[in-house]
Every structure is written in C-alpha cells, then in structure tokens.
Design a protein around this ligand. Structure first.
Ligand SMILES: [Zn+2]
Length: 311
C-alpha cells in the first residue's frame, strides 16, 4: 500500500496577482522539498483529473455553479481577471485550476476507497475550505474537501466520514456545507478572532470547533485537540477521514499568530492516522488549504506526508 500525491500543472496557472500570498510558488516549494528530501520516491504521483459539474454540485448549489462557471469561462476566453471578493481574484486560468483541484479530491477519494492506495494528498490550488454552498471567498472557489466527503457518502455509499481542519482559519465554507449532515463529524482548530470571523458558535451539533487565541503554542494546542477532537472522533468511528491540511498556523507564517512547528504537524497527522487505522482501514484523503511561508509550508507538508506514507 502506498500514498498517492495528486497534482496538476493547471493548478500552477491560477494567479491572483503580484505579491498575493496564495501563489503558484507554493506548489513549487512543496515539489522541491519532496525531491530534496528524497521523500518523493515513497509516493506515487498522479495527475489530477477534472471534476465533473455533478461532483461540484455535491457541495454547491446548482445556481452558484452555473454562475461561477459563466464568469470563469468568460475570463478564460477574454483573458481578463476579476476580483470575486477583495482577497479572491479569478484569472483566465482559474476555471481549469478549480476543476483540477476539486477533481483531485474526488479522484483521491476513489483511489483510497478502491484500495489502490492507502491514503492520498492533493497538492492543489485554489484551496477550498472558505467556499460556501453558494459563495467564493478567502482565496477559494470550490470546496474541494466537502466535495470529496460528499462523494464518499453520496456516490460511494460510505455511512460516516470525518473532516479534520487544522488550517489557522476557520473552515466556514465546509461548515456551511456540512453542518447538520449527521453522516459527517467535522473537527477543527482555528485562531479566534481571525478571518473569516466565524466558528466560535458552531452551526451544527456535528461540528467540534476549537477556537484558539493568538500566540498559543503547539503543546497547548495539542492538549486542546486531545481533549476536544479525540473523544468525538473515537465515538463517531468514521469510515474515512478527510483533512483540510492548511499549514498557516506555523510559527513562521505571517498570516496569523499561532505557534505550530513541524513536530506539531507530525503529531496531528499521527493522531489522525491512529483514528483512521482503528476505525477506517487507514483511509485518509488530505487536501492542501493554506500555508504561505514557502519554507515552513514545504517542510510541514513533508512531515505530514512522511507520516501518511509511514516512512
Ligand atoms: Zn488559512
């Protein structure tokens, strides 16, 4: 059994303008680190397929998908860019990238459920966890992880899946889509207060939200996760685990003020893997979300993948 690493060159072509932190070089930094560290030989590389519109509509409204498709296809043909919110810029290549990012998550889910690989990491952009049912925001267009989770449930027939979100920002989009769906348990940490200024009051009883004050260090965050996430995950016994893997809670990341380091991401991944091994036949699909300090991002993805691959 192995770990799949799924990406696509189209994910690099989506650009939100000079100096934007959610930049193509994020994926290059990850690739370079995997090669330099020798970790790439432990992974099986796959090119992401395109998501179908029916995949995307597992998590988004038909109206939203039609509207964003209209806009992004128009930009692709005119060569223009357009801000869909103050932080989120669509360019001529965004439509292709968004379809590959969501497609990677669905493909990863199928590969893991079919037993082709034990687990999978999608090194994709745009990220997804701020995209709500009917709105793009916070650098996100399609909610890759929610689409994948719904694919596992609605298309592949799983009965219970967990979503784990350790990005420094609250996964408001994923919560918007999955709150109240009792087939899903979502557990998250996020700095509070911080963009998108939500999550302190969960939208559903299937949400375990752990708001964390700025300047909290890794050992305290681990204690909160151990106390709040682990009992809920053990009770829920997920058949598969989906990770919104954002690495912007790293101490070196300027986007926020939390104090995680690589050893903390290693610990997070191991604790999630323990639950997956006990209840879910080891099945994990992880999708890249945030992480904007290129060095810290690459090293953190490295330890995440090292634990997933068991090397
Ligand atoms: Zn983030």
């Amino acid at each position: 059994m192995s770990t799949a690493f799924i990406s696509h060159p189209d994910c690099r072509r989506h650009e939100m303008g000079p100096g934007h932190p959610e930049c193509p070089q994020r994926l290059d930094a990850i690739d370079d680190w995997l090669i330099a560290s020798g970790l790439d030989i432990a992974l099986t590389r796959h090119e992401a397929r395109n998501a179908r519109l029916s995949d995307v509509e597992l998590a988004h409204t038909h109206g939203y998908v039609a509207e964003i498709r209209d806009l992004l296809e128009r930009l692709a043909s005119t060569g223009e860019s357009r801000a869909v919110d103050p932080d989120t810029i669509a360019c001529p290549h965004t439509w292709a990238a968004a379809l590959r990012a969501a497609g990677a998550a669905v493909q990863a889910t199928d590969m893991v459920i079919d037993g082709q690989v034990e687990n999978a990491f999608c090194s994709v952009r745009p990220p997804g966890h701020h995209a709500t049912r009917d709105q793009s925001m916070g650098f996100c267009f399609f909610n890759n992880i929610a689409i994948a989770a719904r694919h596992a449930l609605d298309v592949r027939g799983l009965k219970r899946v967990a979503v784990v979100d350790f990005d420094v920002h609250h996964g408001n989009g994923t919560e918007d889509i999955l709150a109240g769906d009792d087939r899903v348990l979502m557990v998250g940490i996020f700095q509070d207060p911080l963009y998108p200024y939500s999550g302190a009051v969960p939208k559903g009883t299937n949400m375990v939200n752990v708001p964390i004050p700025a300047y909290t260090r890794g050992n305290e965050i681990r204690e909160m996760v151990e106390a709040m996430w682990m009992p809920a995950l053990e009770r829920f016994k997920p058949e598969m685990i989906f990770i919104s893997a954002g690495f912007d809670a790293h101490r070196e990341d300027d986007m926020a003020q939390l104090g995680l380091v690589e050893a903390d991401y290693e610990w997070f991944t191991q604790r999630i893997k323990d639950v997956a091994d006990r209840h879910a036949q080891g099945r994990i699909v992880s999708c890249l979300e945030g992480g904007y300090n290129l060095g810290a991002l690459a090293r953190s993805v490295g330890v995440h993948l090292r634990v997933l691959a068991g090397v």
